[in-house]
Ligand binder design. Structure first.
Ligand code: UD2
Length: 372
């Protein structure tokens, strides 16, 4: 009897066409004999093995995936337990009620920090979980050492209480540093700096010395830094609500003024020049900060521009404060602190300041500065 034509393609033909007829099984079972059939039966065995291996691998992957997911859910459960800690039981926040007498966000969406815009316990717990360390610099050169005791004692009471804080005092009189009790977890380091017969130079050189401190030490040992005037004292909490990448403080003398009244450097020859149509706010040189990386960039730039100006015989109206304001105009601060964070004692109290956290003491410039 003539054999029925075999409908099955040869292996080579299949490889070429890349297809396999759907009815192949029937044809192989019913009609193939000899080497072709053995070949196909061999192939079938290989195919079955391959399918079994794929199924097994799929099963293993499924089991693995299941365990990974359940582990992740368990660790999320742990986090949920932590966030339910009693330190996080606080009044429900509202998005429709809040302070209406002040603005609490800039046009570039950086928070402006005022009393009543944050929950201290909540914000502290967020940063405490990150184990952040905070450095603070303060300069006490010449007669300004007299302000150190008050500054350091009140910092112990109000500045980042409960955090890892390291205060760096820069002075030309290391022996005159007052003996102040420092709490556990806090440190104080004294660094010697040269004196100067010009207060402008003492004030402005802070940028260079802070830059060196960050490069030599802080990049490896601190997360955030605040640079503060020594002729000041703390009166209220200054804590984790002030932390951010680049932090500027609104100057207490100009926060309600229009651009034309802000004491920016107005001479185009200076690198601190601000045109009449430039400027957001006027920030003070007596308090600024942020992450050590951001403050490093700020100090490098301000120092470079101050020194380049000096080589061309120009000193900006308010020395490094003018350069700081130019910097903050170009690189917007990521958080702005209200004048609660640097008030001046000679100003009458403004009812918008629900609290004064830090303020400059009244001083007689003629008595304490090396020059007028
Ligand atoms: C403003 C700024 C200040 C700085 C200055 C312009 C505020 C509140 N203050 O303050 O930061 O930008 O304008 O340069 O924004 N110092 C000494 N010994 C001296 C002189 C100064 O240690 O003989 C240090 C000290 O830490 C002092 C700081 O430099 O706090 C600023 O000097 P200032 O307080 O005399 O400057 P002032 O009041 O004009």
């Amino acid at each position: 009897m003539q054999r029925e034509p075999v409908v099955v393609q040869s292996q080579r033909a299949r490889a070429r066409s890349g297809t396999r007829p759907a009815h192949l099984h029937f044809l192989v079972d019913d009609q193939l004999t000899g080497p072709e059939l053995r070949g196909w039966l061999g192939m079938e065995r290989v195919t079955r093995k391959a399918v079994a291996v794929i199924l097994l691998a799929g099963l293993l992957l499924g089991v693995l995936h299941y365990y990974t997911l359940s582990n992740r859910t368990e660790s999320l459960g742990e986090e949920t337990k932590i966030s339910a800690d009693s330190s996080l039981r606080y009044k429900q926040p509202s998005v429709v009620h809040g302070r209406t007498d002040v603005v609490s966000v800039t046009p570039w969406l950086a928070p402006v920090v005022w009393e009543g815009t944050f929950y201290p316990v909540l914000i502290d717990s967020i940063y405490q979980r990150q184990n952040v360390s905070i450095a603070a610099t303060v300069f006490a050169v010449g007669k300004y050492v007299q302000f150190l005791k008050n500054f350091l004692e009140t910092a112990e009471q109000f500045f980042f209480v409960g955090f890892d804080v390291h205060v760096y005092v820069f002075t030309d009189q290391p022996d005159a540093i007052p003996d102040v009790r420092i709490a556990d977890g806090r440190q104080l380091t004294v660094r010697s700096v040269p004196s100067s017969n010009r207060w402008q130079e003492i004030s402005a050189r802070r940028m260079e010395l802070i830059q060196a401190l960050i490069e030599e030490t802080l990049l490896a040992h601190a997360d955030y830094i605040f640079c503060l005037d020594v002729d000041s004292k703390f009166h209220g909490r200054w804590g984790a609500e002030s932390l951010s990448g680049l932090v500027a403080v609104l100057h207490p003398g100009y926060y309600e003024d229009g651009r034309s009244r802000l004491p920016y450097e107005r001479r185009p020859q200076s690198r601190a020049y601000m045109a009449p149509e430039d400027g957001d706010f006027y920030y003070c040189g007596g308090a600024f900060g942020g992450s050590v990386q951001e403050v490093l960039l700020l100090t490098q730039t301000c120092r470079h521009n101050f020194e380049a100006d000096a080589r061309e015989g120009i000193e900006a109206a308010w020395q490094e404060e003018s350069h700081l304001n130019k910097y903050m105009w170009i690189h917007k601060p990521t958080k702005v602190l209200s004048p609660e964070y640097l008030w001046q004692d000679f100003h009458p109290r403004d009812p918008k300041m629900h609290i004064i956290r830090f303020s400059g003491v009244v001083k007689n410039y003629a008595d304490i500065r090396p020059n007028v």
